[in-house]
Design a protein around this ligand. Structure first.
Ligand SMILES: O=c1[nH]cnc2c1ncn2[C@H]1C[C@H](O)[C@@H](CO)O1
Ligand SMILES: [Zn+2]
Length: 345
């Protein structure tokens, strides 16, 4: 029987989590007070509607509009370190053992931080949180679809300096419907030249062709979401053959209308077709989710059994941007916990 308690105690990983989509309302309150910034309301519960999408969210662009509110408070070294630290605190509450935290350095420079400084402070916050809460973490530096090539190249080059020192990959996020991946070939050619692994948000607000472009021409070795991959069988076959993991984020995917509703969510068919599906949160504070809730919704909506949930979790370990030796250590740790919960045969 899959109780909430068992779901929350399952060891997990989260490979797709945005820093600016993971900020507690009480932290926004304190950051605003410390920084002398105005808020529309000064009660943490009343702040939630400003940070979180509601039932009426109709598209990715509507979903993305929530981020402007939060990033305003994330412009200093202290704020970045704090929210990075607190992400791992929240992860530990759900027994997440490994988290890849992504953020877009260029969105945190209003007070003069350099791209490298933003990365440094996020890495430091994660290090401190990792020690405190026993969670391993890596950073994914995001290029934004609405930024020009020079800004994005700056992110990739700065990320390159932190490879092996906290940064594990680069990504492309933002308004997929307006900015197709082929606009970014030059940017991701640089990440390949520098040897930085690439994951790309694709097949979320546009079709499977974007997944093809991300893999074939941008060098993506993982795909953010990939919900609409099901629209093209031959691209799906390519993703399967190359064992490209999909970082699916069920609750966010429903909110952004990547598919019209749960009945069209392709997670079961993807698993049955042998795709490497992983489960992630995307933006806990924007989506009103956490990693336990994601698994709980899947169990409710799709009747996933415990062994199936364990398979999804271990797919996440397999897909992690970790050195093979570290991945093996993580796998052992996860297997030990699973077997002490009586869930490994
Ligand atoms: O699901 C998403 N798709 C595309 N872009 C996203 C998603 N979630 C967050 N973002 C954007 C908004 C954030 O400000 C930015 C950096 O985390 O990434
Ligand atoms: Zn995302």
């Amino acid at each position: 029987m899959l109780t909430q308690d068992l779901l929350s105690r399952l060891p997990k990983v989260d490979l797709h989590l945005h820093l600016d989509g993971s900020v507690k309302p009480e932290t926004i309150l304190e950051l605003a007070l410390n920084q002398g910034l105005e808020l529309p309301v000064y009660d943490k519960d009343e702040l939630i509607p400003h940070m979180r999408v509601n039932e009426e969210c109709g598209s990715l662009t509507e979903y993305l509009s929530k981020f402007d509110f939060t990033t305003r408070f994330l412009q200093s070294a202290e704020a970045l370190e704090r929210v990075a630290y607190e992400v791992l605190e929240q992860s530990a509450e759900h027994n997440c053992k490994y988290v890849e935290v992504r953020f877009a350095p260029q969105l945190h420079r209003h007070q003069g931080l350099t791209v490298e400084e933003t990365i440094h402070h996020v890495v430091e916050g994660l290090k401190r949180g990792g020690r405190q809460f026993g969670v391993r973490a890596g950073v994914i530096a995001i290029c934004m679809r609405n930024h020009d090539a020079a800004s994005n190249l700056e992110v990739v080059r700065a990320a390159g300096k932190f490879v092996g020192k906290g940064v594990v990959a680069v990504d492309l996020a933002g308004d997929e419907a307006s900015y197709p991946p082929e606009f970014f070939r030059e940017v991701f050619a640089e990440s390949r030249r520098l040897g930085i692994p690439v994951t790309i948000h694709a097949g979320e607000a546009a079709g499977a062709g974007n997944v093809y472009e991300a893999v074939a021409n941008l060098g993506a070795v993982r795909i953010g979401h990939g919900v609409r991959l099901k629209e093209n069988a031959s691209i799906l076959a390519m993703v399967k053959d190359r064992r490209i993991p999909l970082e699916m984020c069920p609750i966010s995917n429903i909110q952004t209308k990547a598919v019209p509703g749960w009945e069209a969510y392709p997670i079961r068919e993807y698993l049955e077709q042998g795709l490497l599906v992983t489960i992630n949160t995307d933006n806990p504070s924007v989506s009103g989710t956490n990693i336990t809730k994601e698994y709980s919704v899947l169990a409710d909506r799709f009747g996933f059994t415990t062994p199936e949930l364990v398979k999804l979790i271990m797919n996440g370990v397999e897909a992690a941007f970790l050195e093979e030796s570290d991945k093996l250590l993580l796998k052992r740790e996860m297997e030990n916990e699973l077997s002490s919960l009586g869930l490994l045969n």
